[in-house]
Design a binder for this molecule. Structure first.
Ligand SMILES: [Zn+2]
Length: 60
């Protein structure tokens, strides 16, 4: 599940959810007209926040 993967990454590298970007949100991705990962990253970050709260009792 990609959510768990992202949460693992956040713990491993001590990064916050606000620093998780979709490729298309990056300047380099825009220049290359990338649309991946083809999900709404605002929605995705909210999902991660919810999951962190439920699973770890953490707010991020
Ligand atoms: Zn990409």
């Amino acid at each position: 599940m990609i959510r768990q993967f992202v949460i693992d990454l956040m713990f491993s590298y001590n990064i916050s959810i606000d620093n998780i970007y979709g490729h298309y949100e990056m300047q380099s991705g825009k220049l290359q007209k990338k649309t991946c990962p083809n999900i709404d990253m605002h929605w995705f970050r909210n999902e991660i926040r919810k999951e962190m709260g439920q699973t770890y009792g953490k707010s991020i």
